[in-house]
Design a protein around this ligand. Structure first.
Ligand code: SAH
Length: 194
């Protein structure tokens, strides 16, 4: 399939996720933070994710600097990548909407923080991370380049692995039994499976 079309597909994900997140980011700026676990490692990992999912893809989209690392995929996988944009953006949107004022880009507990267990949070504990995993697969399928295609999975994979346990223990510390019960009822990323 035409590389330009695939690049446009990825640009739609970048623009779409920005549009979805921006109003939440703006509204939540005024929240008072009660517990802040945003340590140096977490900041470095967030920077890596920004690099791997935004900066490197944009370099690939607008220059030919990375062309030495291109790979070829069959059209069927390109179509799959384009189709996956829809559940990625939908889940990214729904998880932000369901989490509302409790959302933050890092590990924080705000004044008046409440556990969300409804909407998509009824099915998995980390639907926003599910959406971002999907985004990483879209990146691999649409940006056919060993650097620009894989950088998202590597950087987000690292953030996820180092963050998810810390996030859950922060929630457990804060909400105790209520979060423990919620954990018993739900899986992390894929309903009933993972
Ligand atoms: N891991 C979740 C949320 C990511 S945003 C997801 O993937 O959907 C990260 C912030 O969300 C954390 O700082 C934490 O305070 C908050 N959070 C995570 N799970 C939550 C829940 N079930 N209810 C309320 N806040 C939650």
């Amino acid at each position: 399939m035409e590389t330009l079309l695939l690049k446009i597909g990825y640009a739609i994900v970048l623009i779409g996720t920005f549009i979805i997140r921006y109003p939440h980011e703006k509204r939540n700026r005024s929240n008072t933070i009660r517990v802040d676990k945003k340590h140096t490692l977490e900041k470095i990992l967030l920077g890596l994710v920004f690099l791997g999912m935004m900066i490197i893809p944009l370099i690939y989209i607008f220059t030919s600097w990375l062309s030495f690392a291109d790979y070829v995929l069959p059209n069927s996988l390109h179509i799959l990548g384009l189709l996956l944009i829809i559940p990625t953006l939908w889940l990214f949107y729904r998880s932000h909407k369901d989490l509302g004022t409790n959302w933050s880009v890092s590990l924080e507990i705000k004044d008046g923080h409440q556990i969300v267990e409804t909407g998509v949070y009824k099915y998995v504990r980390h639907p926003m991370y599910t959406a971002i995993w999907l985004w990483c697969f879209v990146q691999i399928l649409l940006l056919n380049n060993y650097i620009a295609g894989l950088s998202g999975l590597l950087c987000f994979g690292l953030l996820y692995l180092l963050r998810v346990k810390k996030e859950e223990s922060m929630m457990l510390q804060e909400f105790g039994q209520e979060y423990e019960d919620y954990m018993k009822r739900t899986r992390r990323i894929i309903p009933f499976v993972l």
